[in-house]
Write a protein that binds this ligand. Structure first.
Ligand SMILES: O=P(O)(O)O[C@@H]1C[C@H](O)[C@@H](CO)O1
Ligand code: GUN
Length: 316
């Protein structure tokens, strides 16, 4: 069955009944002008400050627009530093676009299932969301990229996905989408064009906006050098532990996607120094990623990412 045009008023069928408690819960509190956001934003590591730019309307005694993940039926908890763990509804930009914002996300390395990680995307679809902007921190495999660059994603390689951990594995929920969805156009051309225009209108330094392919790995360990070389060899520009499951499910649900990643660290692809005394190789520059470094770099780019996302939203 194709997804109904107006999911807001559609009756949930057997496939979607598990989502009804979540919808009922949110709708019980949301003021009417915020109950059907057309746009959702996922804030990755260190990028949660975007939520401070969202305008919140005057609330009545019985309404609210900010929900901790721990109170929302069906949502799991966000356990990663830099991921606040709340869902916030509000109006963004001068044109006051109604949006829903995930401040912090779920990752499979936290022990959450693929279904739990992508559960919010199906809730977004049922709320009426048509466009998803997904942000996150990445390590760069591409030597032409540098820390602080914004990568407008044009494609991805899902290492867990192609090896048996696609988030769509399981009985098809035909209410949301087809059994075999195409991912050939996962990252919407028009939205990518808008992102470039938005960056130009903000006079971002030329060269700091890149286009690239995101490699999704499960984490939580960072890459070995050989893994990083492999990911680069197969076409990856950046590597991260999120984004892709959300994108796959969003596309499955017919939601258009813009993916924006911030380069927080360079990933070492060079072979390790040989310990063979006969080779007597000199010590190279060593870089070891840490989550602290990831958070510091994404915090340093937070204001810039916020204005980019805000401008994109106004231009859509
Ligand atoms: O949620 P994102 O992708 O921004 O978080 C990144 C990926 C890992 O969760 C973590 C690694 O430091 O940061
Ligand atoms: N897998 C992975 N995820 C990241 N997220 C931010 N930086 C990195 C990285 O270097 N590797």
């Amino acid at each position: 069955m194709p997804p109904p045009q107006n999911l807001q008023s559609a009756e949930l069928d057997d496939d979607t009944i598990e989502y009804s408690n979540t919808l009922k819960y949110l709708r019980a509190y949301l003021p009417p002008d915020l109950a059907t956001p057309k746009l959702a934003i996922i804030c990755g590591s260190g990028l949660g400050g975007l939520v401070n730019t969202i305008e919140q309307p005057k609330l009545t005694r019985t309404s609210k627009v900010e929900f901790s993940y721990s109170e929302i039926p069906g949502f799991v908890r966000s356990t990663v530093e830099g991921h606040a763990g709340k869902l916030v509804f509000g109006l963004l930009g001068v044109t006051k676009v109604p949006v829903v914002c995930m401040v912090g996300r779920f990752h499979v390395y936290e022990g959450h299932t693929r279904e739990q990680v992508t559960f919010p995307i199906k809730i977004f679809k049922l709320l009426g969301v048509e466009v998803l902007i997904v942000t996150g921190a990445v390590g760069s495999l591409n030597s032409k990229f540098k820390v602080g660059d914004v990568v407008i994603l044009w494609d991805h390689i899902s290492i867990p996905g192609i090896s048996g951990n696609n988030p769509l594995i399981g009985p098809n929920q035909s209410y949301f989408g087809t059994r075999f969805p195409s991912m050939a156009d996962a990252y919407d051309f028009e939205l990518r064009r808008i992102a470039f225009r938005a960056a130009a209108s903000l006079n971002f330094e030329k060269g700091m906006i890149k286009e690239g392919t995101y490699c999704w790995v499960a984490g939580p360990s960072y890459e070995t050098r050989a893994e990083a070389r492999f990911l680069n060899f197969i076409g990856g520009d950046v590597v991260g532990m999120s984004t892709v499951p959300e994108v796959v499910v969003a596309r499955y649900c017919g939601i258009r996607v813009l993916g924006l990643s911030i380069v927080t660290n360079m990933v070492l692809t060079r072979k390790p120094r040989s310990a063979d005394p006969e080779k007597d190789e000199p010590e190279g520059i060593e870089v070891h990623p840490s989550h602290q470094e990831v958070l510091e770099a994404s915090n340093a780019s937070a204001t810039m990412m916020q204005s980019l996302v805000k401008t994109v939203v106004e231009m859509i």
